[in-house]
Each structure stands twice: as C-alpha cells, then as structure tokens.
Design a protein around this ligand. Structure first.
Ligand code: GLY
Length: 574
C-alpha cells in the first residue's frame, strides 16, 4: 500500500493492483535471474547471452558482443573505430579501458584548414584523412586476455558466422543503411557491401560481409597482430595512401590500449563510476550531478520549471569546463579532481541565479553548428555480478564512410572530435579550445559515458548511450529519473529529455519534454529553447528490481531496458 501511495494512486486503484506490481507508464524492463545483455542489435545481445550461459563472464560476453556488433550494427559497431569500457568486478574492484583512436603520426593541428586558416568542410568527417588509428581490436583483445576466461576463437565465432553467412535485415537496419547510401555510392568497396547494385538494401534481405568474415577469422587465428602488423594493416595503409590519407604501418604498430582509474563521484548516497579523460563523459556527469545535488530535485518534481532551470544552468557550466579544460591526459594537464569535487560544485552553484539564465557568452565566445548522432553502447551483468559498460564508435554513423578494399572494415571519422580550429564547432556543435588540438599520437576528446553505479558497495546500475555531445546529458537524466524521481527503469529510459551544452546558447528539448507553461516559465528566466529530434539509444541494466527499492519480479534480479528511440536492439537475459 505504501508503495502505491508513493506513486500517487488512488485507494480504489491500489486495491485493483497486486502489491508486487510496480506501476509505471512504460512496459516492464526485461527480467532475468542470472545474466543480462542490452545492446543495439538482437543478434549481438544473443551472442553475449550465449557466452554467459556457456560459463563466460561479463568481459567474455562484452568481447563477443563487441565483435558481433561490428557485423550486425555497422553504423557504429566496429573494428575500424574505438571506445571505452568501464568494468566493475564482482569483488568491488573497478577499472577503465581506453581503446580510443589515436591520431596518425603525420597529423597536425592545422591539417583540416586551408592556407587562409579556414576549416575545410567535410575533410575531418568523410574519407581517409578523417580516420584515426583504430583501437577496438586492441581493446577487445586486451580485456579478453587479461580479464576473460573463454578463448578468442569461441568469443569471435558468432561474429564470424554472422559475417560469412549473413543476417536478415530488420526494418530498422535497412533504414539506417539508407542513411549512408549517398556516401557508400562514392566508395566502391562500401557500395559493394552495403548497397544492393547501387540501391538501398531492403528489410527482409540478407547482408553477407565476406571480407569482414575473412578479417575476423584472421584476427581470431592470429590475434591483434593480424590487425596492427599483418595483412589488415597493410590493406588499410594502402587504401589510405591511395585516397589522400596519412596512415602508416608504424602508426598501426604503435597503437596502445590504456588502462586507468575511472572517474568517480557520489550522488545522494549512490557511487558513480564513469569515463575519465580522454572522455569528458564522467567529468560532465559528475560535475552536473554534484551541482544539482544541492537542489531538491525530487521535491521540485520531474521537469518542473525550477528543476529544469537548475539543471540547464548546471549543464551550461559543466560543458563550459569540458570544452575549455579537457583533452588527452598524456598531452595536457587537467585538474579533473577539482572539476568533480563537491567544493567546486558549491562554488558553481553560488553563481546560479534561480530566476535568471546565465548568458553562455558570459562564460566564453559564441558560435553555432550542426548536431549529430552516432556510436553504440552495451551493458552487461553476469551471474557473479561482474559488470561491463562499453561504448564504442566510428564517430558519425558508418564513420568516414570508406572501407579499405579487401577488409570489409568501415573506418572511423574520429579526427573530427579534435578541435579543427579553436572556436569552430565540430559535427556536434561542440566549441572547444586548444587543449583538444590535433597532435600526432594524441586521442581526441570524447563524450562517451559508460557508467556503473553502486550503493554500499553493491552493484545498482549499468548505463550508457550513443549520441555525441548528447551522451552525458542523456545518461545524467536517466540516472536522475531512477534516483531522484523513482522511475521504473524502462520509464526512466523512455522519458523525454532535454540537452544543454553551453554553446550554442540554446537548450534543446525532445517532443513532449516540456509543457507550454514550463517553457514560458523558462523563457521568462531568459533560457533559449529549441525543439530537437532523438539523439540517443540508452542501454541500461538495473539490479534488484524494476525500480530502486521496489519489489523484484519473481526470482529475477536483473532488469534490462533498451531505448525505443532507435528502432533496433534489445535486452536479453537468462
Ligand atoms: N565520437 C563521439 C564521442 O566520442 O563522443
């Protein structure tokens, strides 16, 4: 009864519902007793669950899912890109794996500018010059060898079969392939794989990727060296040379995975474990949470005008710090400890006026740019309680939209995540300073936010999403929906969201995120608002019950939810 009263149900309705029912305006998350995988493709989720059922741990399952998505989700799943993995082991240890792309040795701060110093449109987003040296194979192989318990051959086998035998495209797959069609037509190897005689592939047809199957088999047999020192690297370097790129064999041989400590912070009794630089994700998430912790968000109510104002102001400040201060820790000095400290949050909170928006220009210069969507995230928990939160990417959907002949591997356009010129926005409209300037061997600043949450040293949640600069804001709002507003997981994932990133000086809102009178109240405070489409696909797991502190469904302890904003992917458990 208390539970139902908490949700504001009338007494009459409460009588109609069994006490174990968790009321929510969304379907229940997928429930399972032992293991859970949530990813952007159902065949990849199944590959991960099969590994868990066969006795593999969450790290094994992540390797299988990572390779499978490279086949079944070519939009962002990849061998030709890079990413980050936050891991929490069942015994409470945590670690962070950085397999982000590195700039080739011949890269320079002005490589995307003309002689007059103007940024040349498209040079950092399409074609071979846009690509960094990929890290995904090195990253997946690093964690498998160090933390996995199953063989490479077993973990790569589903991906090899899916590439060689093909898989049947769903409507969502076909629609996504259509997004890349114009660029695929300009690149013969891409067109021969992703188009059907020049036309967009249709739902219900089979996509076979023979070259990718061959590359995967070579990696399975010979290990990461096949990718970084063998045939695959040679084919990539040859294609890069032939098409104006600057990749060399030495660049591939030099590629290194970094293992480091995650960024951590505490929010209303929960412990947040997330991505440190070269991702900005954990810093933006923690800095914003620390600021809003000082406001009574639950009491103000979900998307109240005052709560939205406080959140927008917090994000404005966190993104300002992100864009000015952060970059690759091997190249620049950053005080991340200060940025995620409670004292600094209190200082920033003192600068927030409750009824007046801060002009973004008062924190720095103003400019504008297009918005984008990309990347993919998957979340995994195994029967022991090991958890993996992994986000990897080609940057834009299908990356640079070029496939070196013979490899079947789409290359990333991650170089666009560097600052092509300080003050000029990248494809996400992010305006950054010199700390994120291009440098040989440097890794571009990211927004990816693979996150794990605990309480009293027990696993609570695994969460992440694609979406470029919209990644930390989406993760943040799902976390707040669960912790502050007590939403059931699927409801927390589905609920409409806003996005604010300092520059441009506009807060974007998804359909139905803000009522007319909330918008009027925010505009009266000086907030600039604009509608936006969907940018994210949250993949989340909650441990214990469909909502924090709620009753479990039967014997199930894991609850998985995939964001419906992309018509793809699922949560699968056993
Ligand atoms: N490429 C998007 C990101 O790393 O944030």
């Amino acid at each position: 009864m208390l539970k139902n009263l908490k949700h504001g149900l009338t007494g009459a309705l409460a009588i109609l519902l069994p006490l174990s029912t968790v009321p929510a305006a969304a379907p229940m998350p997928v429930a399972a007793a032992h293991g859970m995988v949530v990813s952007a493709n159902h065949l990849a989720s199944k590959a991960g669950v099969d590994v868990l059922k066969a006795g593999g741990n969450a790290i094994d399952a992540a390797v299988a899912v990572g390779y499978a998505l490279a086949v079944t989700f070519p939009e962002a799943g990849n061998l030709g890109g890079g990413g980050f993995m936050t891991i929490r082991f069942a015994d409470g240890r945590t670690t962070f794996i950085d397999f982000r792309e590195m700039a080739p040795g011949a890269a320079s701060p002005t490589m995307y500018q003309d002689k007059a110093g103007n940024v040349i449109p498209g040079l950092s987003t399409r074609g071979y010059l846009a690509a960094g040296i990929p890290g995904s194979v090195a990253g997946l192989e690093y964690v498998r060898a160090k933390y996995g318990i199953k063989s490479r051959a077993m973990l790569m086998s589903p991906a090899i079969h899916l590439a060689r035998d093909g898989f049947v495209l769903d409507q969502g797959d076909a629609d996504m392939l259509g997004l890349g069609a114009d660029d695929f037509r300009k690149d013969i190897p891409s067109a021969s794989i992703f188009l059907n005689h020049g036309e967009v592939r249709k739902a219900g047809t089979r996509l076979i990727q023979a070259d990718l199957g061959k590359a995967l088999q070579e990696i399975s047999t010979k290990g990461a060296d096949a990718f970084y020192r063998g045939n695959i690297a040679r084919e990539m370097v040859a294609a890069s040379r032939a098409h104006g790129g600057i990749m060399t064999m030495a660049d591939f041989a030099r590629y290194k995975v970094r293992e480091m400590a995650p960024i951590t912070c505490d929010y209303r009794g929960y412990h947040i474990i997330s991505a440190p630089p070269p991702s900005s994700g954990g810093v933006v998430l923690c800095e914003t949470l620390n600021i809003v912790e000082g406001y009574p968000m639950a009491k103000l109510g979900w998307h109240s005008a005052q709560g939205m104002h406080d959140l927008i102001e917090a994000l404005r400040r966190a993104f300002h710090d992100r864009n000015i201060s952060l970059g690759d820790p091997d190249f620049i000095k950053m005080d991340t400890e200060k940025l995620v400290s409670k004292d600094y949050a209190a200082q920033l909170r003192r600068s927030i006026v409750p009824d007046k928006a801060t002009l973004s220009s008062s924190l720095g210069s103003v400019t504008n740019g297009p918005e984008g969507q990309n990347t993919t995230h998957f979340s995994i928990v195994d029967k022991w309680g090991n958890a993996v939160s992994l986000t990897y990417t080609l940057n834009d959907w299908f990356g640079a939209r070029v496939t070196p002949a013979g490899t079947g591997i789409l290359l990333n356009d991650e170089m666009d995540d560097f600052t092509a010129k300080p003050g000029v926005p990248n494809m996400f409209g992010l305006v950054e300073g010199p700390n994120n300037a291009i440098g040989a061997g440097k890794r571009p600043l990211s927004s990816m936010t693979p996150t794990i949450i605990t309480r009293d040293n027990k696993l609570v949640m695994v969460v992440g999403t694609p979406g470029g600069s919209h990644i930390p804001t989406a993760v943040l709002q799902v976390v707040m929906n669960v912790i502050d507003y007590g939403m059931q997981l699927q409801q927390a994932v589905n609920a409409p969201r806003i996005h604010e990133q300092w520059l441009p000086d506009v807060t974007y809102y998804e359909p139905f995120a803000l009522s007319a009178d909330t918008m009027a109240a925010l505009e009266a405070r000086g907030q600039n608002l604009a509608p936006q489409g969907y940018h994210n696909q949250i993949a989340a797991i909650l441990v214990g019950a469909p909502e924090l502190g709620g009753p479990p469904l039967g014997d199930n302890k894991l609850y998985g939810a995939i964001d419906p904003r992309l018509n793809l992917g699922d949560a699968e458990g056993y």
